[in-house]
Write a protein that binds this ligand. Structure first.
Ligand code: ZN
Length: 395
């Protein structure tokens, strides 16, 4: 709730965009918390913040937990912030309990997960894991033309004494706690979800080109109606994806010239395709071009893939450790698939990674009304703490 005061909106939400004055204030608060707990604080060249509870073996790679503190413009109190605060709470609990982990335990706040000011998001975790080159990230500008590099300089200058860490330092395991942002846990009355993986997506744009004509005089058989061709393609895609129960959405559809008495010369539409199984996602996405070609005649279709992210499955060992922690604490937990992306998506390619979900009210997120109960958040944090202790102690 203290963190949510920074960037608080009149409607009870939070607007704390990446690399702003609000974020500088929020970082100051985290640093204060860390210093009060005796943690050492590090940053890196993209501004990720790491808070370290030293283990007995300083050479051993740390166990890391955390999420992000930036929000959408009309965001809530819990998306991202919960994972960071839960990390602090877990570390504080370890200190209170006199835990003596072998590995260091670190809390991280990854920079710009949301991507609403500087797009795309996940800049901090992508830079750290070298999934995207830092030079490319620093060039990104916001709506006012300010570069990430310039905004970042101000953020780093606000805490000039922090030790800088290299990107890609070894991590023994990464565990991200996050609100579910969907309704599954709440509907099942279960406080904790052991996340099995993250659903991937492929996004395309299709342009169908035909020829304009007079709606009254041009014979039907001679028309090259781009809209009718696009509708055939969309229906054929629906039939292609249906057996695999893929999520298929055409959310953008544009017709040219879009007037009542002219045969459409051009249709332009989006395809958003998602499936939790990567092999299925790849196969279905690869089938789109042929479906377009088969159903475009007498028009011509052009297809372009504009974004892709793989479906991934977190390692069984990490999932089992989280599930065992919940079991030991007598906290009900169920497996759950993440339908949204998270920093854990990037860390998955760097170290053994897992996620813990907690319910949020009515599944609402990216919304000022985002809410969660203290009891559910505490349950998730207890499971997180037990998981971290296990991973940091059994070396
Ligand atoms: Zn988030």
């Amino acid at each position: 709730m203290s963190l949510a005061e920074i960037g608080a909106t009149a409607n009870g939400g939070v607007c704390r965009l990446a690399l702003t004055d609000e974020e500088i204030a929020a970082r100051r608060l985290l640093i204060d918390w860390a210093e009060a707990l005796g943690l050492s604080v590090f940053t890196d060249d993209i501004g990720n913040l790491f808070f370290r509870l030293a283990g007995s073996d300083p050479e051993a790679a740390p166990v890391v937990t955390g999420s992000h503190i930036d929000t959408q413009p009309t965001g809530g109190k819990f998306d991202g912030a919960y994972g960071v605060v839960a990390g602090f709470e877990a570390v504080e609990a370890m200190l209170d309990a006199g835990a003596a982990p072998t590995r260091s335990v670190e809390v991280v706040a990854w920079v710009n997960e949301e991507g609403s000011r500087f797009s795309p998001g996940m800049m901090g975790s992508e830079a750290f894991t070298s999934r995207r080159p830092i030079a490319q990230i620093l060039e990104v500008t916001d709506a006012d033309g300010i570069t990430t590099a310039a905004a970042l300089e101000a953020v780093l200058a606000a805490s000039p004494n922090l030790e800088r860490r290299e990107f890609g330092t070894p991590i023994a395991a990464f565990i991200e706690a996050h609100i579910e942002q969907g309704p599954v846990l709440e509907r099942n009355g279960v406080p904790v979800g052991v996340v099995t993986g993250i659903q991937g997506s492929r996004r395309f744009r299709v342009e169908v080109n035909g020829e304009a004509g007079h709606a009254g005089t041009q014979p039907m058989a001679e028309r090259r109606d781009a809209l009718l061709a696009a509708l055939r393609i969309v229906d054929a895609l629906r039939a292609t994806f249906a057996p695999d129960d893929a999520k298929f959405t055409v959310g953008l559809f544009d017709v040219t010239p879009n007037v009542p008495s002219v045969v459409p010369s051009r249709a332009y539409f989006s395809i958003d395709l998602r499936h939790p199984d990567q092999a299925t996602l790849a196969r279905l996405g690869d089938a789109i071009a042929a479906v377009c070609a088969d159903h475009a005649a007498p028009c011509a279709a052009r297809i372009k893939e504009i974004a892709t992210s793989e479906s991934l499955e977190f390692p069984e060992a990490i999932r089992a450790t989280i599930a065992a922690a919940a079991d030991t604490l007598d906290i009900p937990a169920i497996p759950i698939l993440s339908l949204a992306g998270h920093d854990a998506r990037q860390l998955h390619y760097h170290c053994p990674t897992g996620m813990i979900f907690t319910p949020c009210k009515d599944g609402v997120s990216h919304n000022e009304a985002e809410s969660a109960t203290p009891a559910d958040l505490a349950a998730g944090t207890r499971v997180l703490a037990a998981t971290l202790v296990k991973l940091a102690t059994d070396v």
